[in-house]
Design a protein around this ligand. Structure first.
Ligand code: PLP
Length: 441
């Protein structure tokens, strides 16, 4: 199995020593295993290919889970398509020369410019989330004398049974269209000549650890597909979105991609569609770690605080979603065999700035490197500059060597684009009193 493991007390990635590698950039730094990305992609592809040999499913990697160009390029090399949620993500896949006709563009708030750019790029599909959006795409496509290939995103009102912030397929979520609206749209397709309807899209949430919500969703879609076809409208494509979970902690195991595929296979083969999937987390999460260095160990009243140089600005999942990431020393993880609970916290001025709470860890000391594992998805892509912290570096490891694929931001990067206006250029005219104040030496 490719990826991260400890050998003789040292963390390695596909044969490369992690501590030596991160000495090139310093910490905090994200480290990715190219081979693990390839292996995970192949696992998903093969799981569904076995169940649905023809037409071959399109595996469109969710760019928002990890959008580093080098990571995207590894997956492009495996034959991945891409799932996009912004014009910026379209820019990224074009920057690596990926084929936009194998990309899907989702998102509830696409701008007119984003829609126009995606049409010019010959995007594969728009996942359309509302009637208003559909009418806008229709108008822009007609103005360009073209047609947009469209999947209607259905909100199936299914509980994905995941964290409330990452559930997207319930009636009360902002995503997708009610089945009644979808059917109204289908009845009026002839008045939308800029739209080429191609099928349906659903994405009910992320980090699903149960196959049942997928099956329930598929059941509702099967009925919708049948009614649509009965009305004489062809349904060619079914995009089931992303959401396959990963095992962040042993007590909450996620099914494997094969188990997901197997559970859905009967309904999928009955539906007779081209399948599109938009996996992100299940491909990227365990292919990345965040390496951080211990700055201080602090004994509080109740507990031990391990203050590290990574923060919620580098990895926000613990603060935002109660996300759990295994943490272990990069060198000598077993140590003396004892552990005691601690909070692993960052330097940011927020109590929510933690990477782990009440976590058993061996004794650690200032200068030690810690590996925050399963951080390859929704890690760097959610990073911010809060507290004016430059964003971390990123390294990609191939078995033959490692490459810095994003340099650490500098202080100059932090202030790029900002400007202190000269006083006479202030937008609003100065009042006499404020001018007097401004004129004072
Ligand atoms: C975020 C997202 C995905 C990826 O979800 P994962 O849980 O990372 O697989 C796929 N499709 C859409 C529309 C998304 O918003």
């Amino acid at each position: 199995m490719a990826g991260f493991a400890w050998h003789d007390g040292r963390m390695t990635c596909d044969g490369i020593d992690v501590a030596e590698t991160v000495a090139r950039t310093g910490t905090p730094v994200y480290v990715y295993s190219a081979n693990r990305l390839r292996e995970n992609f192949a696992t998903v592809r093969d799981a569904f290919r076995v169940q649905l040999p023809a037409p071959a499913p399109l595996i469109a990697f969710s760019v928002k889970s990890n959008s580093n160009l080098a990571v995207l390029d590894v997956l492009r090399g495996c034959g991945a398509g891409f799932d996009l949620v912004s014009g910026g993500e379209l820019h990224r896949i074009r920057a690596i020369g990926a084929d936009p006709t194998r990309a899907v563009f989702a998102g509830v708030g696409k701008s007119d410019d984003e829609i126009a750019d995606a049409l010019d790029a010959h995007i594969g599909w728009f996942d359309v989330e509302s009637i208003a959006e559909l009418e806008t795409i229709d108008a822009i496509a007609r103005a360009k004398s073209t047609r947009a290939r469209v999947l209607l995103r259905v909100n199936p009102d299914v509980d994905a049974k995941t964290h409330r912030h990452i559930t997207t397929g319930k009636r009360e979520n902002k995503f997708g269209m009610r089945v009644a609206d979808v059917e109204a749209v289908l009845a009026g397709l002839s008045s939308l000549p800029g739209i080429a309807f191609d099928g349906f899209h659903v994405h009910i949430g992320s980090q699903l650890t149960d196959v049942a919500p997928f099956c329930e969703t598929l059941e509702r879609l099967e009925a919708l597909i049948a009614r649509t076809r009965a009305a004489g409208i062809a349904v060619n494509t079914l995009n089931l979105g992303g959401g396959m979970g990963v095992t962040y902690r042993p007590d909450q195991p996620a099914p494997t991609p094969s188990q997901f595929a197997l559970a859905m296979a009967p309904a999928l083969s009955r539906s007779n569609v081209k399948l599109v999937l938009e996996p992100g987390r299940v491909i990227a999460a365990d292919a990345g770690v965040l390496i951080t260095r211990v700055r201080y160990v602090k004994r509080g009243e109740q507990r031990r605080f391990v203050v590290v140089d990574a923060a919620m600005t580098d990895l926000i999942r613990p603060a935002l979603y109660e996300g759990f990431h295994p943490i272990a020393p990069v060198i000598d993880p077993e140590r003396d065999g004892t552990t005691s609970p601690c909070d692993v916290v960052g330097p940011v001025c927020e109590s929510a700035d933690f990477l782990a709470q009440d976590r058993p860890l061996p004794p650690v000391a200032r200068g030690d490197l810690l590996a925050v594992q399963l951080a390859g998805a929704y890690g760097f892509t959610m990073a911010s500059n809060y507290n004016s912290r430059p964003r971390a570096a990123e390294i990609l490891i191939e078995p033959w060597g490692s490459r810095v694929v994003r340099r650490r931001e500098t202080y100059d990067d932090l202030v790029r684009g900002e400007e202190v206006p000269p006083i006479e250029l202030c937008g609003t005219p100065l009042t006499t009193s404020s001018r007097r104040l401004a004129d004072e030496p």
